[in-house]
Design a protein around this ligand. Structure first.
Ligand SMILES: Cc1cc2nc3c(=O)[nH]c(=O)nc-3n(C[C@H](O)[C@H](O)[C@H](O)COP(=O)(O)OP(=O)(O)OC[C@H]3O[C@@H](n4cnc5c(N)ncnc54)[C@H](O)[C@@H]3O)c2cc1C
Length: 408
């Protein structure tokens, strides 16, 4: 029986998942495949190791493709079909069948019960070993071409040349690889960072570092970008889901603005200026405005907001007039800050950009121009907000590539 030779470039989540699911299907269908993963680094699955602060946020408790695609600023339309084939529940089952149980946290993120990314790595490596998949580290793809007979020739470390029936590129966010693929004739969308936090120099705000709020509304002035969610004040500016979501949805726009823009925050989440003013004016007692926080705003932040609104520290609620209520309501619902620069979110960061999605047949995650050449993971112009969605895209793409590299 003819053996299909398969090379997978990149030993990350997408590459491993493709290799494994290819081997699993080949076994089911009694087909012969020879699969090799080539990884340029000394170790494979490096990003899985550091992911989710060392705990690996494997996926998200989101069970329907229609809901799941909403978390992808780039790729939502293209992923709808693939998620019908392999969704978050399939990821949970896949790892569960191999002895790795996942747990759901309050915000829907899913982690291995062990709270260690090593559990995921061990599972992937053991299954790779069980199926006899070769894994070669310190093997960098240095050239890729297609011969006249349709086979793929890969050059490794500028030395060895090998021929394969099928090649999958799962090189993650690699500029060198994107340049190579562009030379081959594929369109590449210019990569820019996504999932970052905002740098704000404001000594009073920066003193509130460590403080978090459950639900704020942030908008980026001069754009349509806005988001709701938890906010974290850091010593360099702002972080937390509300900020990270904006950084993902606005990845391109904010890059265009060179990370120099103004944001407006409503610390109540949804209350309008007039409602807030009315509620403030309704409070009547002899206590100091400074000391009695409203709208579930933490005390430290409340003091800062009252100071910013120029309310004298001794002012009581009985002495609180319309003008002051107006300025405090403005500070509470429309505080503006200048963002200058961004910082890396250490738990998870990704690149927006990569292979243009128009190049890909998403039934197979295969190149439309070059049959036999497959892609999945961050090499594609697909990325998500934080929460396990980026790995889910890698698992889904890897699964579909794997199943489509077997001829049966
Ligand atoms: C700090 C951090 C934490 C994260 N945490 C999470 C999380 O908890 N949950 C989540 O969903 N997402 C998380 N992400 C994002 C997630 O890690 C990526 O989306 C995911 O790893 C993409 O998988 P991939 O296989 O496409 O690429 P990668 O994991 O980057 O793998 C690509 C591999 O290809 C190799 N390679 C590149 N070029 C070549 C070449 N020429 N020859 C051979 N090999 C090559 C690279 O060395 C690399 O090992 C995190 C990212 C970071 C940076």
């Amino acid at each position: 029986m003819k053996k299909t030779s398969i090379a997978i470039i990149g030993g990350g989540a997408a590459g491993f998942f493709a290799a494994l699911n290819c081997a699993i299907l080949a076994k089911e269908k009694n087909k012969q495949v020879s699969i090799t993963i080539y990884e340029q680094a000394k170790n494979v699955l490096q990003k899985v190791r550091i992911s989710g602060g060392g705990r690996c946020n494997v996926t998200h408790a989101c069970w329907t493709p229609k809901e799941l695609v909403k978390f992808y600023p780039r790729g939502s339309k293209e992923l709808l079909g693939p998620f019908h084939t392999f969704c978050c529940g399939d990821t949970v089952a896949w790892f569960g069948e191999r002895g790795v149980e996942l747990k759901i946290e309050g915000d829907g993120r899913m982690f291995p019960k062990s709270d260690s990314s090593q559990t995921i790595i061990d599972c992937l490596l053991k299954t790779t070993n069980d199926f006899g998949i070769k894994v070669l580290t310190k093997h960098k793809l240095t050239h890729l071409s297609q011969s006249d007979n349709g086979k793929w020739i890969i050059e490794l470390n500028k030395e060895k040349k090998l021929e394969f029936d099928k090649v999958m590129i799962a090189s993650g966010s690699s500029k060198v690889m994107w340049d190579k693929l562009s030379t081959l004739g594929l369109e590449i969308v210019r990569p820019v960072p996504s999932l970052f936090t905002f740098n704000i120099k404001n000594s009073l705000l920066n003193q509130l570092m460590g403080l978090s709020l459950q639900d704020v509304h942030i908008k980026i002035l001069g754009t349509k970008l806005n988001s709701n969610g938890p906010l974290l004040i850091t010593h360099w500016g702002l972080s937390g889901p509300a900020v990270l979501k904006l950084s993902a949805w606005g990845a391109r726009k904010l890059n265009e603005l060179q990370y120099d823009f103004q944001i407006q925050i409503n610390f109540t989440g949804a209350s309008k200026h007039e409602e807030v003013k009315k509620q403030l004016l309704a409070i009547r007692n002899n206590q100091k405005v400074m000391n009695i926080a409203q709208f579930n705003i933490p005390k430290r932040l409340w003091k800062y907001l009252v100071t910013e609104a120029d309310i004298p520290p001794e002012r009581t609620w009985n002495e609180f007039g319309k003008k002051q209520a107006g300025s405090l309501a403005t500070i509470i619902t429309q505080s503006t800050y200048n963002v200058k620069g961004k910082s890396t979110f250490k738990e998870e960061f990704v690149t927006a950009g990569g292979i243009d999605l128009k190049e890909i047949d998403f039934k197979k995650f295969e190149s439309k121009k070059f049959p036999g050449l497959f892609f999945a993971g961050e090499v594609l112009n697909i990325d998500a907000i934080t929460g396990g969605f980026n790995f889910q895209a890698a698992w889904t793409g890897g699964y579909i590539v794997g199943r489509n590299m077997v001829d049966y």
